[in-house]
Design a protein around this ligand. Sequence first.
Ligand code: FE
Length: 207
Amino acid sequence: MHDEPGHGHHEHHDASSPEVRVEALEDLLVERGLADPERIDATIRRFEHDIGPMIGARLVAEAWADAGLRQRLLTDADAVVADMDIRGAEIEHIEVKANGPGVHNVVVCTLCSCYPWALLGLPPNWYKSPEYRARVVREPRAVLVEMGLELDPGTEVRIWDSSSETRFLVLPERPAGTEGWPAERLAELVTRDSMIGVAHAADPGGQ
Ligand code: FE
């Protein structure tokens, strides 16, 4: 709820126990008749089952399989998202950044935790951590190595800082050995972390 339109970046990551505070807030809203517990539960269920990285993965896989779509995605992702009828929170404006030989993109929100929810589901805890947010900008390679991603020394690392106006999605490199695969099968290789830029797409050998 911190990323609603018009909201700046502040005062939402200092609570000692977010779970307790959220529960207290929910109780208060329900008690005052401002929120319906059924609707809150339905929203949580939607995020758990209907919205998740599989939406972004499908988009990436289709872009791998279709050069025209890939080009459109890189130049006007908003139009592609609208055409594919992908809806939901936090993707009012999305930009897609393609990895390729010599270039690797990583997404962060240095100020809080802006994230393309409708494409990737709920952000992982590490994405919201002060450590990731600060360090991935200062020492991206060290952070990536700690997360299991070793890049070629000659690869340029580009960091994209999200905001309430712009969200980013990384288009990972299509793994070798997947020639001729249909998009549905390709999508299984597209992990959440690869779309944040802290991992490569999965190895097709593992399929
Ligand atoms: Fe943010």
